[in-house]
Design a binder for this molecule. Structure first.
Ligand SMILES: Nc1ncnc2c1ncn2[C@@H]1O[C@H](COP(=O)(O)OS(=O)(=O)O)[C@@H](OP(=O)(O)O)[C@H]1O
Length: 391
């Protein structure tokens, strides 16, 4: 039912058999896994090829009413039927099948669970009650005794326990130690649906596999790193004991990661490791050239307060965490600048922009927004971008 569309082989680029680019893609954007960078690649591809991007109904904000299970009702009517879907949602296979055209390729991305958990702990510290209870916002204290702070089922609990499993539609409270069959079943379900599970630690190699799977050009997967925390907002390194505790607490996620990391390297070996590495190198070189062209000879990630272009100021989760972004050099304009703007555009601005554009295209601008039967409660997350100091 879900085609493993193209066998992954890795002949030199110029010898690739010409086949049309695949245009229907559903990307499950898991949390804190480099998903915003992948989403931006897909949004730009969709715009360049005049494709429709599924976008959330405004009452869902720019996510598909996460953490609720995905429903096709959450999709704004002006963005249906879509070619591409790439916004946060909790996976629900039947509902996605209802929405996406047959032949859609499903992909997702995972990140090493300790690094992912450290990012979640920092980013959602003010929103997730389990994290807010911890004295001095100490990751070490939380991981030393997670049950002291964690309450299953409370608001945003999924950001504090097996977030990957939850995003994939699984039950994040299961323990693989007590129920190994559950993890095996979840892995099987993911394998049935997703043609590629990318790995954030091997982002460029993942993009090489992605672009070959979809028969896209290397240019189609060039990117700027988005949604990265400043060095001052994250741990320089995670001590081994803490990483071990993070894996033990998030044992389902650790099991998923270990399995799909191994699968990933089998896919790389099948494609030809030397060839994948060569192409990843070409990608990095092309990407560096693009970043220099767009953001100046020394393209640097900056804190939001130093970004003058409003459309490029990333949303800030709290005063304690700095999310970085790029800025355009002053006094430049034109189509190339527009492409550079999109390359570094954060998720909130890009989603709003695409929704406006697609609404204009189908002529629903003047009509009132349709009302959801059962709207979600208001969410504090990402309500407003923090205004950078001095603006
Ligand atoms: N290209 C690439 N390679 C490796 N890592 C990358 C990449 N792009 C983004 N990132 C890191 O991913 C983290 C943000 O993830 P998301 O965009 O998925 O976060 S979110 O859930 O949408 O808020 C965030 O991690 P932390 O900085 O540790 O928080 C980013 O630095």
């Amino acid at each position: 039912m879900y085609p493993k569309l193209f066998p992954l082989s890795c002949p030199p680029l110029q010898d690739s058999p010409p086949r049309p680019k695949h245009m229907t893609v559903a990307f499950l954007k898991t949390h804190k896994t480099a998903g915003t960078t992948v989403q931006n690649i897909l949004f730009r591809f969709a715009e360049r090829h005049n494709l429709t991007v599924a976008l959330p109904h405004p009452t869902c904000e720019h996510q598909f009413c996460y953490p609720r299970n995905f429903s096709a009702h959450f999709v704004h009517p002006a963005t249906r039927p879509p070619h591409v879907l790439a916004s946060h949602l909790r996976f629900d296979r039947a509902e996605l099948e209802r929405l996406m055209p047959p032949g859609t390729v499903y992909v997702t991305i995972l990140r090493e669970p300790a690094a992912m958990f450290e990012s979640l702990f920092s980013y959602y510290n003010q929103y997730c009650p389990a994290f807010r209870r911890v004295p001095n916002a100490s990751l070490e204290a939380f991981l030393h005794a997670p049950e002291t702070y964690y309450r299953a089922g409370e608001h945003f609990a999924m950001f504090a326990h097996n977030t990957l499993a939850y995003d994939l539609g699984g039950d994040n409270e299961r323990s693989p130690r007590e129920d190994a069959a559950y993890l095996a079943g979840l892995i099987r379900q993911v394998e049935e649906v997703f043609s590629l599970v990318m790995i954030a630690e091997y982002f460029d190699e993942s993009l090489v596999l992605l672009r070959r799977l979809l028969a896209w050009d290397l240019e189609d997967v060039l990117y700027a790193k988005l949604n990265a925390r400043a060095a001052s907002s994250r741990l320089a390194s995670i001590p081994a004991s803490l990483a071990q505790a993070a894996r033990a607490w998030n044992a389902l996620d650790a099991g998923l990661y270990d399995h799909f990391n191994a699968t990933f390297w089998r896919r790389v070996a099948h494609a030809g490791r030397a060839c994948v590495e060569r192409e990843a190198r070409e990608l990095r070189e092309a990407r560096e050239r693009l970043l220099r062209r767009c953001f100046g000879e020394e393209p640097v990630l900056r804190p939001a307060a130093q970004i003058r272009t409003k459309q490029l100021q990333p949303w800030q989760p709290s005063r304690k965490v700095d999310i970085m972004g790029y800025d355009l050099p002053s006094g430049v304009a034109g189509p190339a600048t527009e492409a550079c703007l999109k390359l570094a555009m954060p998720e909130v601005q890009y989603s709003n922009y695409l929704l406006r554009k697609q609404k204009r295209r189908v002529g629903v601008r003047a009509r009132p927004e349709p009302v959801l039967d059962n709207p979600p409660p208001p969410r504090p997350i990402r309500a407003l971008p923090r205004i950078p100091q001095g603006h």
